[in-house]
Design a protein around this ligand. Structure first.
Ligand code: HEM
Ligand SMILES: *[C@@H]1O[C@H](CO)[C@@H](O)[C@H](O)[C@H]1NC(C)=O
Ligand SMILES: *[C@@H]1O[C@H](CO)[C@@H](O)[C@H](O)[C@H]1NC(C)=O
Ligand SMILES: *[C@@H]1O[C@H](CO)[C@@H](O)[C@H](O)[C@H]1NC(C)=O
Ligand SMILES: *[C@@H]1O[C@H](CO)[C@@H](O)[C@H](O)[C@H]1NC(C)=O
Ligand SMILES: *[C@@H]1O[C@H](CO)[C@@H](O)[C@H](O)[C@H]1NC(C)=O
Ligand SMILES: *[C@@H]1O[C@H](CO)[C@@H](O)[C@H](O)[C@H]1NC(C)=O
Ligand SMILES: *[C@@H]1O[C@H](CO)[C@@H](O)[C@H](O)[C@H]1NC(C)=O
Ligand SMILES: *[C@@H]1O[C@H](CO)[C@@H](O)[C@H](O)[C@H]1NC(C)=O
Ligand SMILES: *[C@@H]1O[C@H](CO)[C@@H](O)[C@H](O)[C@H]1NC(C)=O
Length: 558
């Protein structure tokens, strides 16, 4: 149990130069896991998993990302990508997301372990290939870029976009793993095209890691997405689709089944009934009728089973989509499946304000609705054996998975999210737990670890020649970090994120912040700077999560 947890940490470490998994939390986690006999690898805080979980599950409503992917697939026939914002274009963002993910995945070579979901479809050189004809890939990338951050790669964002499109538009729920790594260069080509023969398609899917039966399933599920949410465009495939003269499809998109924008097994039902309009089955040009060849390749057995059972079709699609999204180069190790934390602290931030330690935060109760009778308390445990508590206030709800789940959010100190709990810096804070209707929620005894060894000090300021400001970091006396630094996210020319660490020179003489903390200070010159603070304590790197902007600071005293 402990060994696999180690392996998991190791894999995350490999992908991200900076991690702030608390060492003590890990050691305790090991013992607890062994005790419970179940491997639940996700213990808060884990910056990467916390971030991926939020993109995955906090989709619409309170405390969701501005670039929440669900905004781009609701309703499912939405086509924001159309530059003319034409509601009757016949295309949909949801379809573009799914096709983008498939075209990223389909370059995988299971023999040598190269290619797959590594975000290489974002690269113009890959988009320019004939196998990637159409503007759907470029369309999705603008949104991908808004979601990507230090913990969410382009490839993870593409996978999440496809997953959220499928789930939001009535599809099955899909198991999501994170940790995809972005390729800096295009993969070898390998996306199937309609004019290939059947043997060539079977070989292509085998290279991608799918059997012939799985090929039929994935194409049917893909066709399902394609059929239900998307189509084939005349402008892109004039050999397959003619001019439709349909006012409801001004882009001349031939839809693959009659239920555009819902997710059901109609693709199979209509195929078996011989009433399908799938342009890759009944197209006028048999050379490009690849779905016809693929669906019939086992005597229609697989398509019959789908037509007979919507449940089988949905569960097959859920499995195959998950495998498609998990098609990664062999040196990438994905995280465990990320499930929503039942109780999740969020936006937790510490700020030293003179003699007061401010603790900001929210807590999310997964899959609950507003209930005025519910009582939620936060407990904070300190360095001297004490425990404080406060009753939390309901703020708002969020939803995900097409409205299937609702979550309620509570503020640590009232509904005003900017109002912190006011703590004594000497006692500090080591961990939190919550009590919901009298039931203790503390991650099986671990608590929710809080790192109060370092934090932004409110004495940080902006302005004042010759410098443009100063950042002060309050460091807890006795913690003795080997380094304290600012972290900035860099984006290189191929949109890969990395972190630059800017060391703060340790003070030559201790500068007291209060009786428990000292200040480490750095003059700033870059006004546009947004950063987080990092520190290395006993060989472990920790980071704050909330981006700090220069403009948050008060003016420097003259
Ligand atoms: C033999 C395999 C496949 C072939 C030959 C094929 C071919 C095509 C073609 C010709 C289009 C029309 C593109 C356009 O008009 O711009 C299309 C669209 C689409 N494909 Fe595939 N495809 C295959 C497999 C898949 C798979 C496995 C998936 C997903 C799992 C998938 C997802 C989609 C989606 C969602 C669309 C609609 C895109 C939109 O409307 O923007 N395809 N495919
Ligand atoms: C997949 O990798 C193997 C081993 O390197 C290679 O022989 C084969 O040609 C590759 N397949 C494709 C389609 O590139
Ligand atoms: C049928 O499709 C093939 C492959 O795209 C193309 O070469 C051929 O010209 C098409 N035939 C007709 C009649 O459009
Ligand atoms: C276009 O869609 C509208 C609304 O669904 C429908 O009433 C109308 O008949 C459609 N027009 C055509 C030509 O399909
Ligand atoms: C599969 O089903 C289609 C549609 O009903 C039919 O045209 C085709 O002949 C069938 N193929 C086989 C091998 O039964
Ligand atoms: C979410 O809550 C609903 C209503 O209480 C319940 O039926 C459903 O099983 C819950 N889902 C999960 C995944 O716990
Ligand atoms: C809250 O409690 C009151 C008194 O017990 C009860 O009448 C009411 O139905 C409860 N409300 C909800 C939403 O459970
Ligand atoms: C909550 O804090 C108050 C004030 O510090 C204390 O009197 C009370 O016993 C605490 N309650 C619980 C349940 O810990
Ligand atoms: C909540 O905020 C108010 C206003 O700043 C403050 O007076 C109060 O002490 C805070 N409560 C706790 C438990 O820190
Ligand atoms: C910041 O700049 C001020 C003014 O030039 C200087 O007095 C101070 O020593 C500098 N502080 C640090 C930490 O470099």
């Amino acid at each position: 149990m402990c060994a696999s947890w180690w392996a998991y940490l190791g894999s995350v470490d490999k992908h991200h130069s900076i991690l702030s998994t608390p060492k003590m939390g890990f050691l305790v986690a090991c013992g607890t896991l062994a005790l419970l006999g179940t491997a639940h690898a996700y213990i808060w805080p884990s910056p990467q998993l916390d971030a991926l979980e939020a993109v995955r599950f906090d989709q619409l409503g309170f405390n969701t990302l501005a670039a929440s992917l669900a905004n781009f697939v609701q309703p499912c026939n939405l086509f924001l990508f159309d530059p003319t914002i034409n509601p009757n274009s016949g295309r949909s963002d949801a379809a573009d997301w799914i096709r983008t993910a498939y075209h990223d995945a389909a370059t995988h070579n299971s023999t040598d372990g190269t290619g797959g979901m590594d975000g290489s479809i974002r690269l113009p050189a890959e988009q320019a290939r004939a196998e990637n004809v159409g503007n759907g890939f470029a369309n999705t990338m603008g949104i991908v870029l808004a979601v990507v951050d230090r913990y969410v790669s382009n490839a993870d964002a593409i996978a999440l976009g496809a997953l959220i499109a499928i789930e939001t538009c009535g599809g099955p729920e899909i198991a999501f793993r994170g940790g995809r790594i972005d390729a800096p260069v295009p993969n070898a080509p390998g996306v199937p095209v309609p004019e290939q023969g059947l043997d060539s398609h079977i070989a292509s899917f085998a290279r991608q890691g799918f059997t012939q039966t799985e090929m039929i399933g994935l194409v049917a599920c893909g066709v399902l997405r394609r059929h239900t949410f998307g189509g084939v465009q005349h402008s892109v495939f004039p050999n397959i689709v003619g001019v439709l003269n349909d006012p409801n499809s001004t882009d001349d998109v031939a839809h693959f089944d009659s239920t555009f924008v819902t997710f059901d097994n109609n693709i199979a039902v209509e195929y078996i009934a011989g009433t399908t309009k799938d342009p890759l089955v009944v197209g006028f040009n048999d050379t490009t009728n690849s779905d016809k060849r693929i669906f019939g390749s086992d005597g229609n057995a697989t398509m019959h089973s789908f037509a007979n059972s919507p449940e089988l079709f949905a569960s097959t699609c859920a499995d195959l989509f998950a495998r498609m999204l998990d098609t990664v180069p062999s040196d990438v190790q994905l995280t465990d499946v990320i499930t929503p934390l039942p109780v999740k602290p969020s936006s937790v931030k510490l700020i030293m304000d003179g003699d007061t330690l401010q603790l900001f935060g929210l807590v999310r109760l997964w899959n609950t609705t507003e209930d005025p009778n519910r009582t939620v308390r936060v407990l904070w445990h300190d360095h001297v054996g004490g425990t404080g508590n406060n009753t939390l206030s309901f703020i708002d709800t969020s939803s995900s998975t097409g409205g299937k789940y609702t979550a309620t959010w509570y503020g640590f100190n009232s509904t005003i999210t900017s109002r912190p709990l006011l703590l004594d810096p000497v006692a500090g804070v080591t961990s939190l737990s919550f009590v919901v209707d009298g039931v203790l929620k503390d991650q099986g005894g671990l608590g929710f670890a809080i790192q109060d060894g370092f934090m932004l000090s409110q004495t940080s300021c902006q302005g004042g020649a010759p410098v443009t400001g100063r950042v002060d970091v309050a460091v807890r006396n006795g913690v003795n970090p080997s380094r304290v630094y600012l972290e900035q996210i860099n984006i290189d020319s191929v949109q890969i994120r990395s972190i630059t660490e800017i060391d703060i020179t340790p003070p030559t003489q201790p500068v007291a912040a209060n009786s428990a903390y000292s200040l480490w200070s750095m003059n700033l010159t870059d006004q546009g700077m947004t950063f987080t603070i990092g520190a290395e304590i006993d060989g472990v790197k920790y980071s704050t999560t909330d981006p700090i902007s220069f403009f948050d600071f008060a003016p420097c005293p003259e």
